[in-house]
Design a binder for this molecule. Structure first.
Ligand SMILES: [Zn+2]
Length: 439
């Protein structure tokens, strides 16, 4: 929805007009407060928590940025048949190359991408959504097989990272104080424990012997109805992006010299919803483990669209100087931003980063997610792992192509979309071919 800079969208404004007819003092009070153009009470609550010295020494020399895309392609002739396409990519950008380019006043920052083809790792998958199955098996079974095949050693090799996370392979043995991973059987519905001692990639239900893949544990396809199948496309995209990130952390996490020079950026928040959240506890535990070993982690999720992003955008003036940042408590996010009520026993099972709004330049105020290890209700600046160095390097990578844009994200967004650009032609032809119909 497009907003006039200082007003409501047209549609919303006319609804306010209708509300005004209602002759109720309480409602009138609410409408007056809604229409008030003065600053709302939340503005008093957004204020600098601290300041990063953006000009300070920056140890990060290498940036890995991760993003994905998705598209739904209906069969042009048989509308009941549809395929979902998912892509995910990781791009390596060296600060040395970027700085050389930035020193040349005639250079276009996009030229950085010219030499990047060999620095891009890219994976695509197709998911059948309806009316498309492998011979003799159901859509749901076909989706299971596609997810398992996408993550398998032969394709992305990301199944090794699933195993690393689910069975917490950085620990010498499964810790006694943590319940072993378990899931409901896809056939009989009874709960059973995963074989954490053998760390197997496939295993049978202890009640009915139905054989499961380890990838089933991620719950990408645990959606029963037809409408929900489109969710499996977003789910697979989220899983691929997260696994690519932690595949790299797994491979380089123990090399402290490499890690201290590297920033990982994920386009989007550091969270996994619903069943995908089964990876969140292991991820928090891994991050705590690496921190305790003295590894300097720099992982940042960039949140672009949310109620918090809108709030910060509205009150960006309360963070006046580059380096100013606002680190809200979870209570603030739940009560002031989401408008909910914070229960005493609040639990968060989806998020592995704390939100922080930071002014990175005169025109850039960006909402970042920064890991803290364990989930914290009231994160403190010192809990934000690698935040100072991450903010410093990001402040050197501001892009003016879009509001609040950052060069690595602009680059990978354009690459993922280039890879998807054939969607109008090649992907549809490919989809039609897969579905056995000529377009
Ligand atoms: Zn069973």
């Amino acid at each position: 929805m497009s907003y006039a800079k200082d007003g409501f969208p047209v549609e919303q404004a006319s609804k306010v007009g209708q509300l005004r007819i209602i002759n109720d003092p309480v409602l009138q009070g609410i409408v007056r407060s809604f229409e008030a153009t003065g600053t709302s009470p939340a503005s008093a609550l957004v204020s600098p928590t601290g300041q990063v010295d953006l000009a300070g020494e920056c140890q990060i020399r290498r940036i890995v940025v991760i993003d994905g895309g998705e598209a739904l392609i209906p069969n042009p002739i048989r509308r009941e048949r549809a395929l979902g396409f998912v892509s995910a990519a990781a791009l390596l950008m060296r600060m040395g190359d970027y700085e050389k380019l930035a020193q040349n006043p005639m250079a276009d920052p996009r030229d950085v991408s010219k030499d990047l083809d060999d620095k891009l790792w890219y994976k695509a998958a197709a998911i059948p959504l309806s009316g498309v199955t492998m011979p003799g098996i159901s859509v749901r079974e076909t989706i299971r097989a596609v997810v398992n095949s996408t993550l398998s050693a032969a394709n992305t090799g990301l199944i090794d990272t699933v195993r690393f996370l689910v069975y917490r392979e950085w620990l010498p043995q499964w810790p006694a104080d943590i319940p072993p991973p378990s899931m409901d059987c896809l056939a009989c519905g009874l709960r059973f424990e995963l074989p954490y001692a053998t760390r197997a990639l496939s295993f049978a239900c202890s009640s009915c012997s139905y054989v499961h893949y380890l990838s089933d544990y991620l719950g990408v396809s645990e959606i029963a109805d037809d409408f929900g199948r489109e969710m499996t496309v977003s789910n697979l995209r989220n899983v691929l992006e997260t696994l690519i990130l932690f595949d790299l952390v797994r491979k380089f996490g123990m090399q402290k010299d490499e890690m201290r020079k590297t920033l990982f950026i994920k386009d989007g928040p550091l969270l996994l919803r619903a069943q995908l959240g089964r990876l969140v506890e292991p991820i928090r535990s891994l991050i705590s483990h690496l921190r305790d070993l003295g590894s300097e982690l720099h992982i940042v999720g960039v949140e672009k669209n949310s109620a918090f992003v809108s709030l910060i955008d509205e009150f960006r003036g309360t963070l006046p100087s580059p380096g100013d940042y606002f680190l809200p408590s979870v209570r603030f996010l739940v009560e002031e931003v989401a408008g909910g009520e914070m229960p005493d026993n609040y639990r968060n099972r989806v998020s592995y980063g704390a939100k922080v709004a930071a002014r990175l330049g005169p025109h850039h105020v960006v909402v970042l997610h920064i890991p803290t290890g364990d989930f914290l209700l009231e994160p403190k600046p010192q809990d934000l792992l690698g935040f100072e160095h991450s903010a410093r390097v990001l402040s050197k990578l501001l892009s003016y192509r879009y509001e609040n844009a950052l060069v690595p994200l602009v680059l990978i967004n354009s690459m993922v979309s280039i890879a998807q650009r054939p969607s109008g032609t090649i992907l549809e032809t490919f989809a039609a071919h897969l579905m056995g119909v000529s377009p």
